[in-house]
Design a binder for this molecule. Structure first.
Ligand SMILES: CC(C)(COP(=O)(O)OP(=O)(O)OC[C@H]1O[C@@H](n2cnc3c(N)ncnc32)[C@H](O)[C@@H]1OP(=O)(O)O)[C@@H](O)C(=O)NCCC(=O)NCCS
Length: 331
């Protein structure tokens, strides 16, 4: 096996969200919430929700296909597919294997990774290592989730999430461009699980009693998420800045995970980044978990806001807690 170190860049991006939209106003009619609170605290106006027959792999395949088309490559050029998801179609096979079939990328190895809301960032770093080392040339990274399947639609915390998928094709780059640094962290030292889906795994298999108790739905301690996020994101960002020798004023744009507008504003304040440089789209999609960063990247890139030479900062935090940051110099 060749062992070379190559720079790695993003060649193409894609995204897909389901057609059905649940506005805050609509949610007011089914759960105890209100539009004004959700907009001011979370920055969310509406979210897209998968139809009953639409799966995570359906969203992932459409986003993946879009990214491959944008890259100019053929589907046969893809060597590896990594799907980051916390809501796989099934326990087996992997969602990545199902996506491989749906897009016809039969030359590609395919596997899933689980890092919840940090999933895309973690997957992108894995894909980058494969290309940097010379093992693969073109890697398709997809972040895809259908959290609507693990939301209790009678509870007020149903407002947080939406469904969606985004994707990027990674390939080798010349020395003047590409990823400059990655930092990934996992902090499992806390006693309570601030964000968890208790049932459906080996610990609590699904039984009628478990369903009766609603343990198949996500549980979240909002304050714990907030407090962890506003420590974790700045820590990871400071570290990638130090790794690259860049200062915060060298950052052209930040494309972060989209947990809530308050978390992002607090993070921007701590790291000293003007909020105009922090990209958001949670108003239209809410938190699509591993889908947030690649959907936002696709939108920002296709709107022409990214220019050659820009230093783009990615950062994410999720259940675990998993968190991290990365900087790419756009080529
Ligand atoms: C969600 C968050 C804004 C809540 O702030 P908080 O001060 O911790 O809120 P609390 O849960 O104590 O609720 C305070 C009040 O806000 C209002 N509120 C809370 N959730 C609400 C909802 N979904 N809809 C409307 N009002 C709500 C209520 O008035 C509530 O008072 P009550 O409990 O007496 O009814 C904050 O914790 C946060 O941003 N957390 C991060 C969550 C996140 O990003 N999750 C996704 C990634 S995993």
């Amino acid at each position: 096996m060749r062992q070379v170190i190559r720079n790695v860049k993003i060649l193409g991006t894609g995204s897909f969200v389901p057609e059905t939209i649940y506005t805050n106003k609509y949610l007011e009619t089914i759960i105890p919430t209100n539009d004004e609170w959700v907009q001011s605290n979370l920055g969310i106006k509406e979210r897209h929700i998968a139809s009953p027959d639409e799966t995570t792999s359906d969203l992932a395949a459409k986003a993946g296909w879009d990214a491959i088309a944008d890259s100019g490559l053929s589907v046969d050029d893809i060597d590896l597919i990594i799907v980051a998801t916390a809501t796989p179609d099934r326990k087996a096979p992997s969602t990545a294997a199902i996506v491989q079939h749906k897009i016809g990328a039969y030359n590609a190895a395919a596997f899933d990774i689980a890092a919840v809301c940090s999933g895309f960032l973690f997957a992108m770093s894995i894909g980058t290592q494969y290309i940097a080392s010379g093992v693969y040339n073109n890697v398709l990274i997809i972040g895809a989730d259908t959290f609507s399947r693990i939301v209790d639609w009678t509870r007020r915390d149903a407002v947080f999430f939406g469904d969606g998928a985004g994707a990027a094709v990674l390939t080798s780059a010349n020395v003047t461009e590409g990823f400059l640094a990655y930092r990934l962290y996992t902090d499992s030292s806390h006693d309570n699980l601030g964000f968890t889906v208790p049932a459906g795994g080996s610990e609590i298999p699904i039984t009628p009693e478990v369903l009766e108790k609603g343990l198949q739905y996500f549980q979240m301690d909002g304050k714990a998420v907030f407090n962890s996020a506003v420590q974790a994101l700045p820590r990871a960002i400071d570290q990638v800045l130090e790794d690259t020798g860049l200062s915060i004023s060298d950052i052209s744009l930040m494309i972060p995970h989209q947990p809530s507008i308050k978390i992002l504003k607090k993070t921007a304040e701590i790291i000293g980044l003007p909020f105009e440089k922090v990209m958001t789209n949670m108003d239209r999609y809410a938190n699509t978990s591993s889908g947030t960063i690649p959907i936002l990247l696709d939108e920002v890139k296709k709107s022409g806001r990214i220019h050659k030479g820009d230093n783009i900062l990615f950062a994410a935090v999720g259940s675990g807690w998993t968190y991290g940051a990365s900087i790419i110099k756009w080529g």
